[in-house]
Design a protein around this ligand. Structure first.
Ligand code: DGL
Length: 251
């Protein structure tokens, strides 16, 4: 493991770009390799075993690519596989996203809260530990089955329709929204259209801070003074996805 190694980041698709963007704000000079597993998307409805298998394949690729740290930029993969990967790859630094529910506890405890995440995340043991530890007793857990998939495909009208069908009932009743899937920050404006003015909680800025701390503590910060590069890989070799990914980084 050395300072010049890359940072590997993965998600079931391009949603993890919302995490990479936060990381780039504070670690612009690192080199990144982003893996979008769109061939196997969505992860939200898969079993633990299936997700362990898929994540491990990506981790092996990152190790071959000389990665010094791996960011799990998918809440579902973090919830289901982070423990498995950490136990198996003891020499690798794993930094895993999780729904920012603790932030609700710390900054907006008294307010009614909606946690949006995949079914896999909401049913996971990891999320349930977090939820029961910080429960504000005014929280609705909403498994958004299929939403990450629709966002991945990028059809705005279908996303709008999904949100109207699933969120409109909470309009005026919710103050906090936890974006518990890395695809959801991409549709914040559409959520506001349906729910009105709400406070969003996104785990990505905290993950970025934590990643930097881990690199500093382990003397792994790249000392280059120029911007690093970003390599994008997609398991279905989708060229359009690559274009969308780099556009999203710019915006
Ligand atoms: N971005 C993933 C997450 O954070 C989406 C999971 C999926 O593919 O269902 O959970």
């Amino acid at each position: 493991m050395n300072k010049n190694g890359k940072i590997g980041i993965f998600d079931s698709g391009i949603g993890g770009v919302t995490v990479l963007k936060e990381i780039l704000k504070i670690l612009p000079n690192e080199n990144y390799i982003y893996f979008s597993d769109s061939k196997n998307n969505p992860y939200g409805d898969k079993t633990d075993e299936q997700i362990n298998y898929l994540c491990e394949k990506i981790v092996k690729l990152f190790i071959k690519e000389n990665c010094k740290a791996i960011v799990i930029a998918c809440n579902t993969a973090s919830a289901k596989s982070a423990k498995y990967l950490r136990e198996k790859y003891l020499n690798m630094k794993f930094i895993a996203i999780e729904p920012a529910y603790k932030m609700v506890h710390d900054y907006s405890y008294d307010n009614p809260t909606l946690v949006m995440a995949t079914k896999g995340t909401i049913q996971s043991e990891k999320f349930n530990l977090l939820y029961h530890k910080y429960d504000n007793h005014k929280t609705i857990l909403l498994p958004c089955v299929g939403l990450a998939d629709i966002i991945e495909n990028g059809n705005k009208e279908r996303i709008r329709e999904y949100l109207i069908n699933n969120l409109e009932q909470y309009k005026g009743k919710i103050k906090n929204v936890v974006l518990g899937c890395t695809h959801y920050p991409l549709i914040q404006d559409l959520i506001v259209e349906v729910l009105g003015d709400v406070k969003f909680f996104n785990g990505a800025p905290y993950l970025a801070k934590h990643l930097k701390e881990v690199l500093v503590e382990n003397d792994l910060i790249n000392e280059s003074t120029s911007r690093g590069n970003i390599v994008f890989l997609d398991s279905s070799n989708d060229v359009q996805k690559q274009e969308r990914f780099f556009n999203l980084i710019k915006t």
